[in-house]
Design a protein around this ligand. Sequence first.
Ligand code: FES
Length: 225
Amino acid sequence: PPNVTAVSGFPKSLLVDASGNPIKASSLPVNSPYIVLFEYPMTGEPNFLLNLGDSSGKPVEIPPSKVVIPQTGDTYDFPGGVGPNKSIVAYSAICQHLGCTPPYIHFYPPQYVNPSQLSASEPDQLTAQALLAAKQAKVPALIHCDCHGSTYDPYHGAAVLTGPTLRPLPAVILEWDSSTDYLYATGSVGVGVYPTGSNGTPSQNPKSDLDSSFGSPVGNKTTVS
Ligand code: FES
């Protein structure tokens, strides 16, 4: 998939690829392990686009949901997916535990949320606890941070599946123009106190994590043949 950037200013930003061409919603592969990054609302604030599907790779409608913030017990409304199948979502790529960003943040598509396959190819990546949480939430895929193992539910507003994070990933509010197939970022929900971690440690500066891997496909450990 192409790398994307949000342009045209804040708050409504057209998502374009590295060549400046608008991203077409219909072109986003379903359940790709290569998360597609864009910066929004400011340069250096990475987010990622996902086109979510079921375990057979068919796009699924992502309905609105209430997201709980375990840190406070508060909730907020996640607006659900957009695009021709209402299956496209976008989340902050800054882990809300201590601020790790891609390449530490991964999207694990269904074939990797399978204990037998994981044990063969991904021995240290996902814990049994995370897999159980995904199973209980009835979601076929999850978002995982390699730094300390937090997992998030991409089908329900990036709600927390397993800690140590105490906060969901903020979601980018997307708009889809059905006449052009273009995607726009128009705002965010779930943005609160910057990730503090369970011990209140301030996040590292996310910009310092933006190396050459930023804007490139990530998930080298999850390449699907
Ligand atoms: Fe992601 Fe700690 S920074 S789990």
